[in-house]
Design a protein around this ligand. Structure first.
Ligand code: ATP
Ligand code: MG
Length: 345
């Protein structure tokens, strides 16, 4: 073989390995979407196949904002069904004010219940954040011994009511008629502290002395039957419940395929040849998609398992191409059913 032909082949082999590894990175997802970190960040992932759920969340918030109403929405579903990331996406759209229906006049407060020892410690933080957010002034957090659960709930209700329509003058210009959105992820964590949590949620929704608080709460958890098991609990006060059903085989296949295709416009220039793009979009064959989708659907549709399987298969493929003495033909550079069988059976 001529020298230039050999080096062309080597170059191509390198580019192909690089291309497969790009996709490995794509499936190397953030395993636990965090509610407070991702909103508004440019690293926001695209969420496929959850448009209906996103619409419902958005509608709930828009309605509350427009009618200056308070309300509680409960999002539930098995792990890895996209609850946190779908909400993140809706919130980041609200923040960017892409949706023309939404008023600019809102503030977001986001928490993960897992990071608090109990409801009181959460309520103290919430009180501090709300006071600072709504007045623009630094305030010290109240000490645990200064207030009981009822006191802190009422203080929060008053703070929220002050920034709503009825008493807008108190805080001056910054705080008129602001709709507050309080997100609590992993909210089932607070169930063991039910009494305090119910007091708090009641105060947020109904205000003190019936003053309107103009506040939406969004709670997220895995448990589907939480509001039914505990009929007088905080979550049972929900105005709206949205179940994220486990991803079906079709949805899983669709998400995996869309994730690959959506990467095409972001490929580096050197990969933007007809040949490489064609290899890229055909890297996984249909039976391989089906194999992964079926396995994961059986496991209640946790998408992270599908991403992990994809990642493992693509890594194996990248290794085998990179160590091959002779570059295999294009149509053999694929994640196949047989390859997955070798890895997973
Ligand atoms: N439909 C989807 N399309 C693309 N990526 C998705 C989709 N659903 C989930 N993901 C990704 O999977 C990961 C897990 O999703 P997420 O954290 O939103 O699930 P969850 O339902 O909140 O899980 P948990 O109950 O464990 O908190 C995230 O990195 C997210 O970006
Ligand atoms: Mg989550």
């Amino acid at each position: 073989m001529e020298k230039s032909v050999v080096s062309d082949a080597l170059d191509k082999q390198k580019v192909v390995v690089e291309m497969i590894r790009l996709l490995v990175d794509e499936f190397n997802c953030n395993h636990q979407a965090d509610i407070s970190q991702e909103v508004g960040s440019s690293a926001q992932q695209t969420i496929f196949s959850r448009e209906g759920e996103q619409r419902q969340i958005s509608q709930f918030l828009v309605d509350n904002m427009n009618s200056r109403r308070s309300g509680l929405m409960y999002l539930c579903g098995h792990p890895g069904t996209g609850k946190t990331s779908s909400l993140n996406l809706v919130l980041s759209k609200i923040r960017k004010n892409n949706n023309s229906l939404l008023s600019n006049n809102h503030q977001l407060y986001m928490y993960n219940a897992m990071t608090y020892s109990d409801v009181k410690s959460f309520a103290l933080t919430l009180h501090q954040d709300l006071t600072q957010g709504l007045t623009g002034q630094e305030v010290k957090k109240l000490g645990r011994s200064q207030v009981d659960d009822e006191d802190i709930s009422q203080l929060i209700a008053k703070t929220l009511a002050k920034s709503s329509n009825s008493q807008r003058d108190e805080f001056g210009n910054r705080s008129k008629d602001v709709h507050k959105i309080i997100v609590i992820d992993e909210v089932d964590q607070f169930v063991s502290n039910e009494k305090a949590f119910t007091l708090l949620v009641k105060a947020i929704l109904r205000g003190s002395k019936s003053a309107n608080t103009n506040t939406s709460i969004v709670g997220i958890a895995n448990s589907v039957d939480l509001p039914f098991k505990k009929k007088h609990s905080a979550i049972a006060m929900r105005d709206c419940q949205l179940l994220f059903t486990p991803y079906s085989i079709d949805q899983l296949t669709d998400i995996l395929e869309q994730k690959i295709n959506s990467k095409v416009p972001q490929l580096p220039m050197k990969m933007k040849t007809k040949q490489i793009i064609s290899m890229f979009v055909n890297l996984v064959d249909d039976r391989a998609f089906e194999f992964i989708a079926k396995k994961v659907a059986k496991l209640n549709g946790d998408i992270r398992v599908a991403f992990d399987m994809m990642k493992a298969a693509l890594s194996t493929l990248a290794d085998s191409v990179s160590t091959a003495k002779i570059m295999p033909p294009d149509n053999e550079i694929r994640v196949t059913y047989q390859l997955l069988l070798k890895i997973y059976e």
